[in-house]
Design a protein around this ligand. Sequence first.
Ligand SMILES: [Zn+2]
Length: 468
Amino acid sequence: MRAAGLLLAAACASCSVQAQTQGTRAPQKYEALGRDILSELIAIDTTVDRGSTVAAKAVAARAIANGFPAADVTLVTPKERPDSSSVVIRLRGRSNARPVLYINHLDVVPAKREDWTFDPFRLTERDGWLYGRGTIDMKGQDAAVLASLIRLKQEGFVPARDIVAAFTPDEETRAQWGVSWLLKTHRNLIDAAVVVNPDGGEAAMKKGRRLYVGVQTSEKIFVTFELEATDKGGHSSRPTAENPIYRLSAALARLSTHRFPLHLTETTRLYFERRAALESGQTAADMRAVLRQPPDMAAVDRLSAVVETNIQLRSTCTTTMIDGGHAENALPQRARATVQCRLIPGETQESAAAAVRSALADPRVQVRVKTAAEVAPESKPAPEIFKLVETVTRAMWPGVVVLPDMSAGASDSVFTRAAGIPSYGIDGMFDDLDDARAHGKDERIGVAVFGEELEFTYRIMRTVGDLR
Ligand SMILES: [Zn+2]
């Protein structure tokens, strides 16, 4: 942590952190607290049918019982949705500078007992693992954020600016009553200069080896189109070339081979530059070659053949649903397909629609927007954010690289970015790239990984208030 003194010159906050650098796990007392919070949250079913109000109240009670004044713990509930409360906790800082906001969702995707080895709604420790729905997405992180807030409070730590943490519902579903609702109706409560969203961060390992801590600065924007071909139909004994199922199928076949142009952003350029250092041979060379001006197109082709790198290089569209026809002995009058696109930030719904139309190459196939894009800009990969994460990462796990990251999926950061608040996904809970269980069966985190996550979250939270 010595570097912290250099990077955050004004941050004497970092001085006493040095006392903690010996271990990479949180002190026993706070690891126990983190585990206790995690266990409580896992036991509260926060799937869409149950809502998050019970969990929000539990978080509020936990904060108040551990030293937060009730005035700094605010429960807010949409009138229309009593099951969708959020709770906002404020650790008061020493200045009026706009706060740092942590956003944390409390809801989880459903899990069926019969599909799992253990009860998904009961934290179970087995062979060094903690099992339960939400351990990795994201009740583990919720517990780390809450335990860190409590630890800072109990240590008497006063950050340079307020640190605010919102625990919210409805991220895994329609994202209607969580962060987007809070921004619309309670902006004052959660207004901030910068957002940290642990849900967007990705700490990755393979075969037990820690590789990188990904800081999410942007995410692909999704837009869904409905395609439709129609015809007057008729008896199946009198087929015609106008059959909408054939027309639509032929158009979709053309779409399937369409490749969007290479589109690198500040984030993905830095990503490939640093990722190349973790790779070797042809892959490393290709990652460097796509960054050249002009880019090496053979390298682009090779990286495009791998899903993981292809989605970092360009926007994509793919067909996700199809239906057509109305009787087995009738010519179809209608065929429809759903196409979902994931766009590089900076591209628009209109540019995607134009690309889809041109790839379909059949003006009689109608293209309509089914789900409109929620547009958000990239948050600049700001050097001071990266220095902060690098300082904590290096002190805890020497050799682990910090990478900027553009998620292909979506998180609540889309709303805070759209509201003009730079937002960064930061998390230190290492997950195996070859064994991703978020949303899946037997979701779990390592006991030691969770202990380190508690410490990582604490160290980031302790210094993040010093950002200028
Ligand atoms: Zn999540």
